[in-house]
Design a protein around this ligand. Structure first.
Ligand code: HEM
Length: 421
């Protein structure tokens, strides 16, 4: 039986209602704990589909089981809402004419753009980036070591913050020196669900203008020999009978900035914290580096980066686990919960760097599966190898439960990682 079954509705009290009759809030992270909110263990067993109050005041159906989360991401009855039109406002006119991001594209449009971009993001194609990522990682570690008189440093400031942006810039062809022009807007859009629409639109327009200006500049240059995404996608848009329009390239650049920057920074910091708090496994990885790919998959599973921040909207009424979901309802497949579901992963809260198979949902599932998955894997595996080669005795310099958290976006991560070597 598939998880998204089509059954008759049952009459039950308002799902998710607390004893006072109000809806439960989306489970929050426990302070000083790096794991997913513990409330999901109960929800997976007792209320696998439950209506909850989101931080922005909207309601949404939390989906917490692994099987259901996968099914929801791939379900054609659930669509990604337009950033410029969600949450819906009663007094709103039609949403203003913004280009849809790649994530928001649907049907034939999404299939066509995906067909054009996917070959550029395969594992094999990205191999050429491995030595470049290694050089960037080595330079950052060497700088941290040179700048420290007492063999201590902060891995967030020195390594996990700068590396992903440099990798994204080099791979995608985004000028690093322009970062103050585009980064503030990408951060605004990450927190979009809680912001006034005017702010969201201003950030979207600004990013679209930036991407369009960048493409203008590239159009005037010779693309000869360039292998970055902006140049390759632009060439495809100019090819007779090509799969992309110029607007598609603008949209794709905006999406890479939204989806591929802070995610990688915050995941890398969380992954390093997980390793530093499991020193035995860290040492084993150092001594047996052949296990790096399997370890990276486990770190992707174990880090609860996405706690109910993927919003889908139902296109029609349907019933799931006895709950009637109506057209227009928000549905939130919770990756942080799915990846700790004991029905999918034995002993799910245990970090096991040798875990295999490992069908985690860190990158979603189905037609919108993360385009940047292999780039993320490559970057994390090179970053870990360089760190363990250069600093084999790396350890946390302060107790893990005293570390501050960066909660300025929905992607929570340690704000500092003080280490000694
Ligand atoms: C730890 C790092 C990352 C995580 C956890 C992550 C996670 C995700 C998830 C869960 C989705 C699916 C959303 C949905 O189905 O609604 C997605 C889509 C996407 N991601 Fe990532 N991502 C990461 C890094 C990146 C990077 C580095 C890039 C680009 C270079 C990227 C580009 C994209 C794009 C373009 C999509 C949309 C795909 C589509 O709509 O077909 N991501 N990502």
């Amino acid at each position: 039986m598939t998880a998204m079954e089509e059954t008759g509705a049952t009459s039950r009290p308002t799902p998710g209602a607390t004893s006072s009759g109000s809806l439960m809030p989306v489970p929050a992270f426990d302070p000083a704990d790096s794991g997913p909110p513990c409330a999901y263990a109960r929800l997976r067993t007792e209320q696998p589909v439950v209506k909850a109050l989101m931080p922005n005041g909207e309601t949404g159906w939390l989906i917490s089981r692994h099987e259901d989360v996968r099914a929801a991401f791939a379900d054609p009855r659930l669509t990604r809402p337009l950033l410029s039109a969600w949450p819906p406002r009663e007094d709103a006119d039609a949403p203003p004419p913004c280009l849809p991001t790649f994530l928001e594209m649907t049907g034939e449009h999404h299939t066509r753009v995906r067909r054009a971009v996917s070959p550029l993001f395969t594992r094999r194609r990205l191999e050429f980036m491995a030595p470049r990522i290694r050089a960037m990682a080595e330079e950052l570690i060497d700088t941290m070591v040179r700048g420290s008189a007492d063999r201590t440093g902060d891995l967030v400031a020195s390594f996990t913050e700068p590396l992903p942006l440099r990798v994204l810039c080099e791979t995608a062809g985004l000028p690093h020196e322009d970062r103050d022009l585009y980064l503030p807007h990408t951060l605004t859009l990450l927190s979009a669900a809680g912001l006034p629409m005017e702010e969201i639109l201003a950030a979207l327009y600004a990013l679209q203008d930036y991407a369009s200006g960048l493409i203008d500049r590239r159009e005037k240059e010779s693309g000869e020999g360039r292998e970055d995404y902006v140049s390759l996608l632009l060439a495809e848009s100019r090819r007779e009978g090509g799969d992309l329009t110029r607007d598609d390239v603008v949209s794709f650049v905006v999406t890479m900035l939204m989806a591929g920057y802070k995610t990688n920074i915050q995941h890398t910091a969380n992954a390093l914290l997980a390793l530093l708090t499991h020193p035995g496994q860290l040492r084993r990885l150092r001594d047996e580096p052949d296990g790096i790919d399997t370890a990276v998959e486990e770190l992707l599973r174990h880090v609860p980066l996405m706690n109910a921040i993927n919003v889908l909207v139902a296109l029609e009424d349907f019933t799931l686990h006895g709950q009637r979901i109506r057209a227009g309802d928000a549905v939130l497949p919770v990756i942080a919960s799915a990846n700790r579901d004991p029905d999918a992963f034995p002993d799910p809260d245990r970090l096991d760097l040798t875990r295999s198979p490992n069908a985690h949902t860190a990158f979603g599932y189905g037609p919108h599966y993360c385009t940047g998955a292999h780039l993320t894997r490559l970057q994390l595996s090179v970053a870990l190898q360089v760190l363990l080669e250069k600093l084999p005795d790396l350890e946390l310099a302060e107790p893990a439960d005293s570390l501050p958290w960066d909660e300025t976006t929905p992607l929570r991560a340690p704000a500092r990682l003080p280490v000694r070597w």
